[in-house]
Design a protein around this ligand. Structure first.
Ligand code: TXA
Ligand code: MG
Length: 324
């Protein structure tokens, strides 16, 4: 059996047997299993080494299927789903009773989205159940944006990786909860708050979750972290910079001169050549992985402009750089 490819029948068969399959989405690759089968879902937590207090998102093929998984479908949810699905938006809604508690980590709500990837959509349309899928990385590490990333770290624990190349968005979905007709963002992501507000006609409240916030258990201070140490350029004085460190910039620029005299060649990484936010988001996680592949131990990085997708990029950078 090929371990990686585009065999939808095989993916369907494995998932129907309660096994794990990695799936491509436009945001990041997911580690999928039958979201209504508790044993299958337990397999996801085990493979990722993920604490069971961190709930999973259910992936569906249609708005009707989404409605079948929750007990309320507010008008705002309908507006957002129609405007942005398939796409990088997860809606948090009161869960239907047949959604297992393990899937939602005991929360009374469930996260749902329609991902925008043709292979995965085709798979979802054929399956009689939704797919629970967290990002397909070991808990706490950088999320995978291509099949090789998944294979590198979880290959031995997954029977099959559905391979559709690089993810187009490259950063996880934006998570929106709707409570009493108030939209709240729980995680910044691949859909900007500006676009969401535009459709709703009102601003989105921010409830960007910390460690201590029981509403969004997955938003830990430290997450998405490569092995190498990351320090923001605005948090280090030029005189104290390590001459052996590398740099990661938001956009392409002239080679940096270190303040200290050195013969060491300084490595530079760029999130986007042209300074484009979408391009930077799409390359963020693979660049973080590259730092580890290149055996960098210390990298000074530049923040993205703090608007649109830049806010989600900075959110990931902040957590990736967090030192306990
Ligand atoms: O783009 C994405 O959302 C990707 C792809 C694979 O779809 N998935 C993803 O899943 O990022 P994961 O498990 O790495 O992050 C999902 C986060 C959880 O950490 C949790 O904070 C939040 O979604 N979440 C899920 N269900 C929730 C709920 N009922 N209430 C609050 N937060 C929830
Ligand atoms: Mg994740």
């Amino acid at each position: 059996m090929q371990h990686r490819g585009t065999d939808l029948l095989l993916a369907n068969k494995l998932l129907s047997e309660g096994k794990l399959v990695a799936i491509p989405t436009e945001t990041v690759y997911g580690l999928a299993a039958n979201g209504l089968n508790e044993t299958a879902v337990a397999g996801i937590f085990a493979a990722k080494n993920r604490p069971t207090f961190d709930p999973l998102i259910l992936h569906v093929a249609s708005i009707d299927q989404a409605k079948s998984l929750c007990t309320e479908w507010p008008e705002m949810a309908d507006k957002l789903a129609r405007a942005f699905w398939p796409g990088p938006l997860t809606l948090i809604l009161p869960k239907a009773s047949h959604v297992p508690d393990l899937t939602t980590s005991g929360q009374p709500t469930v996260g749902i989205r329609i991902p925008n990837n043709q292979l995965t959509l085709e798979l979802l349309r054929e399956l009689p159940f939704p797919l629970a899928a967290p990002s397909a990385n070991p808990f706490g590490y950088v999320s995978p944006t291509n099949a090789q990333h998944v294979d590198d770290q979880l290959g031995e624990r997954i029977q099959y990786i559905l391979d559709d190349g690089d993810c187009s968005v490259g950063i996880e979905s934006t998570i929106i909860a709707i409570e009493n007709n108030i939209p709240k963002v729980l995680r910044l992501g691949g859909l900007s708050l500006e676009r969401i507000s535009e459709v709703l006609g009102i601003p989105v409240q921010e409830q960007l979750n910390q460690n201590s916030n029981p509403q969004a258990p997955g938003q830990l201070d430290q997450h998405y972290s490569p092995r190498c140490k990351l320090i923001a350029l605005d948090q280090i004085a030029a005189e104290t910079m390590d001459p052996n460190a590398s740099f990661m910039f938001f956009s392409k620029r002239e080679v940096v001169q270190m303040p200290v005299n050195t013969d060491v060649e300084i490595a530079h990484y760029y999130l986007s050549n042209s300074g484009d936010l979408s391009e930077a988001a799409a390359s963020l996680f693979s660049t973080l992985r590259k730092l580890d592949k290149d055996h960098r131990t210390l990298v000074y990085f530049e923040w993205a402009p703090n608007e649109g997708l830049g806010r989600a990029i900075n959110d990931r950078l902040k957590r990736a750089a967090f030192q306990p």
